[in-house]
Every structure is written in structure tokens, then in C-alpha cells.
Write a protein of this length. Structure first.
Length: 288
């Protein structure tokens, strides 16, 4: 009994006398040896927080690539069809050559016979209007005319010219010849007392392409002068036309141009009033 009691006590005492575990020794860094620099304390970075990996979801199924189709050439587009049906164009006949002159037939009648198309009663010999500030070099082509010879003094010149043109128009109307240009005067001779002239009126062919062989009142068939010419333009009253002729004479002298004695006047405006400030006259001078 005593032994048992002693044993139990011994166990109890042994349990009470059990030494507690030693506390952990805090480790301190060793001092560096004399003369050496203390090493920098290494900073241990905190480990990054763990990022949870995304849970992969179901990926969409990509369709299989379409198979390459063979390249098919595009069909050639036909030319657009015109809205208007195509018709063969008529073949243009070759230009008609002038007929050879017939023996005994006046040249004016030959030219009237050859004229075709619409005639313009206001057409001038040189076409477009001349430059009033300059001289035009033109080429005149002979045109068929009705002509009437006359003479007049300088004071009655304007009146006699207008009377001559009235006679020519009457004869053209009687013969049913259309007027094909502006009236003209060819001055053949001049002196201190007056002048001699040929009044001319361009005409076209009659309805049948013919014209009478003779006319009344001294009218006859003729043609206008042809060949290289110098055109001067006068736009002023007819009473002032002497100033235009003085300009012409000065120009010819300065250029040393020798001309024919005949001067041709073409009346673009109607001869109604000799004082008309807008009266336009073409004066043609032909070099020799």
C-alpha cells in the first residue's frame, strides 16, 4: 500500500517537475568584421497574391473555312443597243463640177445656172464684217449680177445711185431672179465734175434655173470683180466718204501699192439718207 502510494506520488511529482520547453532564441545578424561595410539587408518581397485561374468556359465552335471556288471568268457585256434603230446613211453624191462654158453663152448666165441652195440678199462679197480700224486682205469671187451704167455729178451722186439700184431691183423682179447680195457700185472714172459708174445687183437663178436673155431700161448681165483685194470699212454718213478715200490714198502711198483705177463700193446698209451716221460701206481696192 505504501509502495503504491509512493509510486503515485512520484508520478505526480515527476509530472510537476517537467521542464517547460525552451523559448526560441532570437537570431540576430552577426556583426560584420571590422573594416567591412555592413551588407544591405535583403528585402524579401512579399509573394504576389495568387490569382485564381479562370475557369475555361465552352469555346464557340469556329465554322470550317469555305472551300475555295474556282474563278469563273465574267462574261463580256455586249455593247449597249442604241435607242434608235440604226439605218444605213445615204451615200452623199460627189460635188458637181462646173459645167464647161457653152459657145455664145454669157459667163454670168453660167454662174447663175451653177448656184444652188438658199440665197441671202444681205450677203457681202467678203463674208464677215471688216475691221474699221484695220485693212483686210480678201479674195473676191465673181458673182453674177444685173448691171446698169450711169454717170452723175458729185452733188447728185447719192441720188443717182439709189435710182439705179431701184431700176435693177425692178428688172430682177420682172425676171423672177432672187436677189443674192448687197448692191455695189464700180467707179470707172472720176474728175472734178463727177464720175462714171456701173451699178450692180447680185442675183440668183430663176425658178427653172434660167433667166431672160435681155432686160429693159439698159440693164444687162454681168459679174462682179474677182481676185485679191484690200477692204476698207466706212461707217459714217455718205457725205463724209471723202475722208475714207483720203485714208485709202495715204495707206497705199505708205505701202507703195499700185492699184487698179476702179474702186468698188458695197453698200451694207440701205442708201436712204446720206446723213445716216451708221451707214456702212465696204470699199474694195484691187492691187495691180
Amino acid at each position: 500500500m505504501a509502495v503504491a502510494a509512493l509510486t503515485g506520488w512520484s508520478v505526480f511529482a515527476l509530472a510537476q517537475s517537467r521542464v517547460a520547453p525552451p523559448t526560441p532564441v532570437e537570431s540576430a545578424p552577426l556583426a560584420p568584421p571590422p573594416g567591412s561595410a555592413a551588407p544591405a539587408q535583403a528585402q524579401i518581397p512579399n509573394p504576389p497574391a495568387a490569382v485564381p485561374e479562370p475557369v475555361p468556359g465552352p469555346q464557340p465552335v469556329q465554322p470550317a473555312p469555305a472551300p475555295q471556288r474556282p474563278v469563273t471568268p465574267e462574261p463580256v457585256q455586249p455593247a449597249p443597243t442604241p435607242d434608235v434603230p440604226l439605218e444605213p446613211q445615204p451615200v452623199q453624191p460627189p460635188p458637181t463640177l462646173p459645167e464647161p462654158a457653152q459657145p455664145g453663152q454669157p459667163p454670168a448666165q453660167q454662174q447663175i445656172r451653177q448656184q444652188t441652195g438658199t440665197l441671202d440678199p444681205n450677203q457681202t462679197l467678203a463674208g464677215k464684217r471688216g475691221d474699221t480700224s484695220d485693212v483686210d486682205e480678201v479674195l473676191l469671187v465673181a458673182k453674177p449680177v444685173l448691171t446698169l451704167s450711169g454717170s452723175a455729178s458729185w452733188d447728185e451722186g447719192f441720188k443717182r445711185l439709189t435710182e439705179s439700184f431701184a431700176v435693177l431691183r425692178q428688172e430682177a423682179e420682172k425676171a423672177r431672179l432672187p436677189i443674192a447680195g448687197r448692191p455695189l457700185s464700180l467707179f470707172l472714172e472720176t474728175d472734178d465734175n463727177g464720175f462714171r459708174y456701173e451699178a450692180m445687183l447680185p442675183v440668183g437663178p430663176g425658178p427653172g434655173g434660167e433667166r431672160p436673155q435681155s432686160f429693159g431700161n439698159g440693164v444687162r448681165a454681168g459679174t462682179t470683180p474677182a481676185g485679191p483685194s484690200l477692204r476698207f470699212v466706212h461707217i459714217a454718213p455718205y457725205d463724209d466718204i471723202d475722208s475714207t478715200y483720203e485714208t485709202i490714198t495715204a495707206y497705199l502711198d505708205a505701202k507703195s501699192i499700185v492699184v487698179k483705177d476702179a474702186f468698188l463700193e458695197e453698200y451694207v446698209g440701205d442708201l436712204k439718207d446720206p446723213a445716216d451716221p451708221n451707214l456702212e460701206i465696204n470699199v474694195y481696192v484691187q492691187p495691180r
